[in-house]
Ligand binder design. Structure first.
Ligand code: PLP
Length: 393
């Protein structure tokens, strides 16, 4: 079976990271990996903070955060005045949900590709307010047009107070047509939150052009920021309605500072985030994206072949720079979250490979990522050894 050529490696890229060299790190998507230069930039900020905490927090920190926010918003193509830095995508989602003022009879609509913790957050807000949660089924093979039609048919105007759609799904590594979905929801007067946790750095996005009411993305995955760096982008009509989860000293300043300032926290991840963008830009954004997507596609094919999956049964991600790919596991494997977790741990322990094992719609899936520190032989080794490990049960 012919496998696509792997991409040319980016010379020296592995040395930019402090990753354990005895392990294949094939799951950048879950928690990212922070380049050493970015770790150092954050450490320098921490040194500055610890040299005089009072001065660090009280002399100009709010302005430094605002400056960083403008820089990161520029990278994302988002309105800086509508962008708030938050700790992670989950926090951004919770901020939006609890600012909506849901009431009994309202509903929040999601899809069955949504991120698990986001689903829990929606459910809790619905329980708290008497609203309901409904998830639309979107087949894995649905075309973009079909996704838009499923959403159109699922909206209940007047009742659906929020639609949450992923830009790139976690469990199924699928790019959704976010702008088109926003367009159809807008026609029906339904606000949309785009969960773009994986988009910054990986996808060539301009957040403003998506037109969502709310958009949330992590910079600590594919944009090489220190963990704890995400952006919540809010359309103008909503900005003054957005309340932070925790009220603090910038409450009266309004959005975005009231969301960002959370008292005595460590803000150095945000301040060091531009160093992550610098790393990406100096390697070449297009080059990194093309490399990662091609390597993920290579990994999908070699591991898929090893498991006897026909190329036609390997899900397509839906976009040229998507750097995560899915491989179906044999029927009966990893069909529950517990079983998926256990299999992921076994692969890590026995094959020295960190991978994501997912359960989606009662089927187990392996999700492989491509990143600049990965090489084709890491996927080759997994392909050689995984079938025997699965056969042992
Ligand atoms: C689609 C999606 N939404 C939300 C999240 C949550 O991100 P975080 O853990 O940074 O809050 C993730 C994490 O992988 C994700 O994939």
């Amino acid at each position: 079976m012919t496998v696509p050529q792997p991409p040319e490696p980016i010379p020296g890229a592995r040395l930019l990271f402090s990753l354990d060299p005895s392990v294949s790190h094939l799951n950048h998507g879950s928690f990212g990996a922070v380049p050493i230069g970015v770790q150092r930039a954050q450490q320098r900020l921490r040194d500055e903070m610890e040299s005089n905490p009072l001065r660090f927090f009280t002399q100009g920190l709010v302005d430094r955060i605002a400056h960083t926010r403008r820089h990161l918003a520029g990278f994302l193509g988002a309105d800086p005045d509508g962008t708030a830095l938050v700790g992670n995508a989950t926090t951004g989602v919770a901020v939006v949900l609890q600012s909506l003022g849901l009431r009994p009879g309202d509903e929040v609509l999601t899809t069955d590709h949504g991120y698990g913790a986001v689903g829990f957050s929606v459910q809790r807000e619905c329980r708290r307010t008497g609203a309901t949660h409904r998830a639309l089924h979107v087949p894995l093979t649905a075309s973009d047009e079909e996704v838009v039609e499923i959403v159109r048919a699922g909206l209940r105007p007047g009742r659906t107070k929020l639609l949450v759609i992923d830009q790139l799904t976690s469990a199924t590594a699928r790019l959704f047509p976010a702008a088109a979905v926003v367009g159809v929801a807008r026609e029906h007067g339904v606000p949309v939150l785009v969960d773009a946790a994986h988009a910054p750095g990986m996808l060539p996005i301009t957040v403003a052009s998506i037109g969502a009411d709310f958009w949330v993305g992590n910079l600590h995955k594919w944009a090489f920021a220190p963990r704890g760096t995400a952006a919540l982008v809010v359309a103008p009509p909503w900005r003054e309605r957005i309340e932070p989860l925790v009220v603090s000293w910038e409450q009266e300043t309004g959005f975005p500072a009231r969301v960002e300032w959370q008292a005595t926290l460590d803000y150095t991840s945000w301040l060091a985030a531009p160093a992550g963008l610098f790393t990406l830009r100096s390697l070449g954004l297009d080059r990194v994206r093309a490399h990662n997507a091609a390597l993920a596609a290579y990994g999908q094919r070699v591991v898929g072949d090893a498991l006897g999956v026909a190329p036609a049964d390997l899900p397509e991600p839906g976009g040229p720079t998507v750097s995560m790919r899915l491989i179906p596991l044999p029927r009966g494997v990893a069909t529950t979250m517990d079983a998926a977790k256990a299999l992921g741990a076994r692969i890590a322990e026995r094959l020295a490979a960190e991978v994501a094992v997912m359960t989606w719609n009662d089927r187990g899936w392996l999700r492989l990522c491509g990143q600049i520190y990965n090489t084709p032989d890491e996927y080759d080794r997994l392909a050689v050894r995984l079938p025997a490990l699965l056969a042992k049960g």
